[in-house]
Design a protein around this ligand. Structure first.
Ligand SMILES: Nc1ncnc2c1ncn2[C@@H]1O[C@H](COP(=O)(O)OP(=O)(O)OP(=O)(O)O)[C@@H](O)[C@H]1O
Ligand SMILES: [Mg+2]
Length: 204
């Protein structure tokens, strides 16, 4: 798997969906999620090069860049997720299905350590945790197939965030009024997973 290609795909998708993510955040937050994430990934795209092969090192660099450029609540959370995934994948130039599982697990643990959220609080975790579980359940069917199904679960998780009250982050100030809206972080997380899937499909 080319980490360069995956990050380019993620960055392009986040940037293309900047207005969509910002609109979601306008409904239940402060209308900056798309702007924050697009700024962060613009910086990531400027820093990475196709010749860097160590997946862990590239992810660490991406994480540090996101940490310093995204800001808000999501910057440290995404930054930590990428850095923790990078630690697990240090020195690897290719990924087995098990490596991807370990990276997703490390990303979730990093987000939870930093943000103290659990599933069902209307955050990015409501897309990522179901996706991870589906990936694990289907890991024996191959990386692309498992990730394809995982993306569907992420999407279902994103839809589910419409039905629940936010209890973390800025959206929690709205209480019941946060119902009926998708969580912006769950949306950017779904885009992220779909981008990785697309990058993988393009390579195979
Ligand atoms: N504790 C948390 N754990 C996991 N995800 C969280 C947490 N708090 C917020 N989020 C995610 O971050 C997203 C909001 O990101 P955004 O970039 O808009 O930051 P923000 O909340 O506006 O930050 P700030 O309040 O500092 O301006 C939410 O949609 C949610 O998915
Ligand atoms: Mg915001």
């Amino acid at each position: 798997m080319s980490i360069y290609k995956s990050l380019c795909e993620i960055g392009e998708r986040i940037i293309a969906n900047k207005d969509f993510l910002t609109e979601l955040d306008r409904e239940i937050g402060d209308a900056d999620h798309g702007v924050n994430m697009a700024r962060g990934f613009q910086a990531v795209l400027e820093k990475i090069t196709p010749d860097e092969k160590d997946i862990g090192a590239v992810l660490k660099k991406a994480g540090m860049t996101l940490l310093s450029k995204v800001g808000g609540a999501s910057g440290p959370l995404y930054g930590t997720a990428y850095m923790e995934a990078g630690k697990i994948l240090a020195g690897k130039e290719d990924l087995t299905p098990e490596d991807l599982k370990a990276a997703l697990e490390a990303a979730i643990a990093g987000i939870q350590k930093r943000g103290k959220a659990v599933r069902g609080e209307k955050t990015m975790l409501d897309a990522l945790i179901p996706a991870y579980e589906t990936y694990c359940e289907n890991i024996n069917s191959g990386m692309i197939n498992a990730l394809d199904l995982a993306c569907k679960s992420a999407h279902e998780g994103l839809e589910y965030t419409k039905t629940i009250i936010a209890t973390k982050g800025r959206a929690s100030y709205l209480g019941e009024r946060s119902i009926g809206h998708q969580d912006p972080g769950a949306a950017s997380m779904t885009l992220t997973l779909e981008a990785i899937l697309d990058a993988l499909k393009q390579e195979n």
